[in-house]
Design a protein around this ligand. Structure first.
Ligand SMILES: Cc1cc2nc3c(=O)[nH]c(=O)nc-3n(C[C@H](O)[C@H](O)[C@H](O)COP(=O)(O)O)c2cc1C
Length: 180
């Protein structure tokens, strides 16, 4: 059957969900979930996410030129959902969701302590792309919870990343398959 072009992107799923944390001009933090996210380059370390034009996240990044990418596990499902609520500019979703801000070296944006990975990013480039803006960040520091990364390998089962299907639906990594 033909797929309606209002729906094509829903099939590129499930996608890992991250919380992008930023600060505004008064130093008040903001966090929002994003699932249009991808690694872009290894050297330099570049990561991108796609933001609708009106997001507070985007306005803050334009101001401070930095952000953090925080990867939540399944235990943070309801906090992630709370962070997607539309709070007035200047209200911290991190505080509203009972999450904990941590100071990151070299940038203004905070990390989120409860997430299993935190990437500190400096704005590398923004590219207007249709109804979204592709925000590319250079990862200048990365932290990971020890139990989810051993022998240079990521243990997705221990981490339990929230994979966004769409709307309020998420899934978790299932069976592991070894190719070749
Ligand atoms: C799981 C999930 C994934 C989302 N992914 C994106 C995304 O990739 N891009 C985007 O612009 N909005 C995305 N959103 C919507 C924003 O998180 C939401 O509009 C949020 O309130 C924006 O907050 P801000 O205005 O403080 O930046 C997503 C929401 C959820 C729940």
């Amino acid at each position: 059957m033909k797929l309606d072009l209002n729906n094509w992107y829903k099939v590129l799923a499930p996608r890992p969900t991250v919380l992008v944390a930023t600060v505004n001009e008064n130093g008040i933090s903001n966090a929002a979930p994003f699932s249009f996210v991808m690694p872009v380059s290894m050297k330099p370390a570049l990561v991108a996410f796609s933001s609708a034009h009106k997001r507070h996240t985007l306005a803050n990044i334009r101001l401070t030129k930095d952000f953090t990418i925080n990867i939540p596990g399944k235990e943070l499902l309801n906090q992630v959902w709370k962070c997607a609520e539309s709070f007035p500019e200047g209200v911290s979703e991190i505080k509203k969701s009972d999450l904990t801000e941590v100071k990151m070296d070299g940038i203004k944006s905070p990390g989120i302590k409860e997430c299993y990975a935190i990437f500190s990013c400096k704005l590398f480039k923004e590219i207007s792309a249709g109804d979204h803006v592709l925000v590319i960040g250079e990862v200048i520091g990365a932290e990971i919870r020890e139990d989810v990364f051993e022998n240079e390998k990521f243990n997705s089962h221990a981490a339990s990343p929230l994979m966004h299907i769409g709307g309020e639906e998420f899934s978790l990594p299932g069976e592991k398959l070894i190719a070749g």
